[in-house]
Design a protein around this ligand. Structure first.
Ligand SMILES: Cc1ncc(C[n+]2csc(CCOP(=O)(O)OP(=O)(O)O)c2C)c(N)n1
Length: 633
């Protein structure tokens, strides 16, 4: 049998094939995604589910002139393979390799950079309006968005704007009834109803009638219809359909795994002007049974056996030691048992952040609110006003979405909301869109906010314990992706005095002040430096705000050389807080700040990225040597 995929470098090669060959292209594409993802882990289920859609889109549209905008972009592996990156696909998500998400600097086929959800409709609308302004009347713009991402408020802001603007835009709603975990909320239930309701199926047949007219009408008829858009619209307009009510023409739901039917529908829709929404039904993980049966596990499974479907969990460097996220999940449940006011809030990441542990035992006290970070924060603020103590767990990079809500709805009102920022710092393979490196900077300039970062999982537990004690106000705790370091971690809780760090080791030549997990690099650094006759003192500061002024006074008085280390942006971060304090007290000491420089860091392993930024063990040692080499001169 012919192997089509190996002859497809670009969509132009795909277009040479006959419609009847497309199902085989789909199965070859699926095989390749399975083969590659099994040994080079990444997002799996989502890309498998949109194979037919991907092939149909590239068969029908003329990318890169036409713009295909993937929401989140974790489902775009097939798109990457069909658009010039098949041979490099084995470098997906690796250091210096392909990005795991569409990225404009990687390919002209990636129309819009992405990684966070619910942006596609807004971006597509902007591109479509700009095309109109530029006189590019034939340019087609398509946003592809999942039902999970459709729960994000921004998606609705985009729909509202597009419906009112009457822009030429196609939104494809890829409905697989899943987010990472099962999709939640009214929208999700609405989509399920749409699939079964007779009213929608009647509407659908009306719509297909209109499509048939377009198909047979020819150009003359088409321009006539375009001129009478309003009349056409009223033929299919149905106010009880959410999208129709917003000004979109709704088509569907249709089978998203019938590639030939999809190409025909897309060709038809190309002829229809104005904002349109095509609702397709797909199965996440389609074509790989284990993934179809457990979509959450197979969202991003890690390495796996292509025959048995066994997932090879990466045991990490210390197999028995749990990840920070698990420590969070178990600790939250323990605290919730002790304090009846504690509630949990997660925007669509219950299994990612381990709040599912609390959900299982206390479903009425833990809330998945959909992919809705701003809402999650204000929802928590509302509960805090009524005496609850919400633990809102949001991955650090997604917390960026909630900035106004943190300031306006929580901090200004001094509410006792605990912000648990998982995946703080450089996260590794997910790359620039997902690194949680801005949080220490953007949290520390907010009045009333306590900003902390545990050095290990014991501190994480005790900070969580401290944050729920009375009158603590807004309290941020950020911790990294990955494993903790202690075998025994489920120790009794003890309160950590807010704003107090701790001295880990004495020294005389240089003081290293660390925040968060990079403090664990310093034990090794001290040993290496000791062998070179340099004595290093180490302080784990625990809090960026309020910062421990006692330690800073002590260090300022005793050391000429001070190094700060953080897994976050240097600009405005922890080291900057130290400098600001020294400046305010006129303490004039050399402070070298190590952390993430003022540029976006791409993907790689965390270790590779720490090295690139110069705050891994070697980088810290190098900095210390440079200080003493220069003082000798
Ligand atoms: C703002 C933001 N919050 C959370 C996430 C994490 N996330 C990545 S994919 C995903 C689920 C998306 O569901 P859907 O759009 O239905 O796509 P599917 O994976 O089901 O194909 C989530 C929550 C994100 N990328 N962006």
């Amino acid at each position: 049998m012919a192997n089509f995929l190996e002859n497809i470098d670009y969509p132009s090669d795909l277009k040479k094939l006959k419609e009847k060959d497309l199902p085989q292209v789909c199965s070859e594409l699926r095989e390749m995604i399975i083969r590659e993802a099994s040994c080079n882990p990444g997002h799996f289920g989502a890309s498998m589910g949109v194979v037919e859609l991907t092939v149909a889109l590239h068969y029908v549209y003329n990318a890169p002139y036409d713009k295909l905008i993937w929401d989140v972009g974790h489902q775009a592996y097939g798109h990457k393979i069909l658009t010039g990156r098949r041979k490099q696909f084995s470098t997906n998500r690796r250091y210096k390799g392909l990005s795991g998400f569409p990225n404009r600097s990687e390919s002209e086929y990636d129309a819009f950079g992405v990684g966070h959800s619910s942006t596609s409709i807004s971006a597509a609308l902007g591109i479509s309006i700009a095309a109109q302004m530029n006189g590019e009347k034939d340019r087609k713009v398509v946003a592809i968005i999942g039902d999970g991402s459709m729960t994000g408020g921004m998606a609705f802001e985009g729909l509202n704007n597009a419906g009112g603007a009457n822009a030429d835009l196609l939104v494809i709603l890829n409905d697989n009834n899943m987010s990472i975990d099962p999709n939640v909320g009214g929208i999700s239930r609405y989509f399920v109803r749409m699939q079964t309701s007779r009213a929608y199926n009647r509407l659908r047949s009306g719509v297909w009638e209109v499509l048939k007219h377009f198909r047979t009408a020819g150009q003359k008829m088409l321009s006539l219809l375009k001129r009478h858009q309003h009349a056409v619209k009223s033929m299919v307009f149905n106010d009880s359909n959410l999208f129709e009510a917003l000004g979109f023409r709704y088509f569907g739901p249709v089978d998203g795994h019938d590639v030939v039917a999809l190409t025909r529908i897309l060709n038809d829709l190309k002829q229809i002007p104005g904002p349109k929404l095509l609702h397709i039904l797909t199965k996440k993980g389609k074509g790989f049974t284990p993934a179809e049966n457990d979509a959450t596990k197979w969202h991003a499974p890690g390495k796996f056996d292509v025959v048995t479907g066994e997932i090879f969990n990466d045991p990490g460097p210390h197999p028995k030691i749990p990840k920070y996220q698990v420590v969070f999940g178990l600790t939250l449940l323990e605290l919730a048992r002790l304090n009846k006011n504690i509630v949990g809030v997660t925007p669509a990441m219950p299994s990612g952040c381990s709040m599912n542990i609390m959900m299982e035992e206390m479903p009425e006290r833990a809330f998945d609110v959909g992919i809705a970070e701003p809402h999650a924060v204000t929802f928590a603020a509302g509960m805090a006003v009524s005496g609850k103590i919400p633990f809102v767990n949001i991955y650090s990079s997604f917390m960026q979405r909630s900035y106004d809500q943190i300031i306006h709805d929580v901090a200004l009102q001094k509410l006792n909301v605990v912000f648990c920022m998982d995946r703080g710092g450089l996260v590794g393979a997910d790359g620039a869109t997902h690194h949680g490196v801005f949080d220490l900077s953007f949290m520390r300039n907010i009045p009333n906010m306590t900003v902390s970062a545990p050095m290990d999982e014991l501190e994480l537990r005790n900070l969580m314990y401290t944050a729920q004690l009375p009158d603590k106000g807004p309290f941020a705790i950020r911790y990294p992706r990955g494993n903790g370091i202690h075998k025994e971690w489920q120790l009794e809780f003890s309160e950590i005095p807010v704003g107090k760090g701790r001295k880990i080791a004495d020294g005389t030549d240089v003081a290293v002040l660390s925040i968060g997990h990079p403090g664990n690099f310093i034990t090794e650094v001290r040993k290496i430096m000791e062998a070179e006759n340099i004595s290093v003192a180490h302080y784990d500061m625990r809090f960026v705000k309020p910062i421990d002024q006692g330690i800073l006074d002590e260090v300022g008085a005793s050391f000429d050389h001070i190094i700060t280390v953080e897994d976050g942006v240097i600009a405005g971060g922890f080291g900057s807080a130290v400098l600001e304090y020294f400046a305010s007290r006129e303490i004039k000491k050399s402070v070298i700040r190590l952390g993430v420089p003022d540029r976006f860091i791409e993907q790689g392993t965390q270790q590779e990225l720490y090295r690139e930024c110069g705050f891994d063990k070697e980088g810290i040692c190098r900095t210390i040597r440079e200080i003493f080499d220069s003082t000798k001169k």
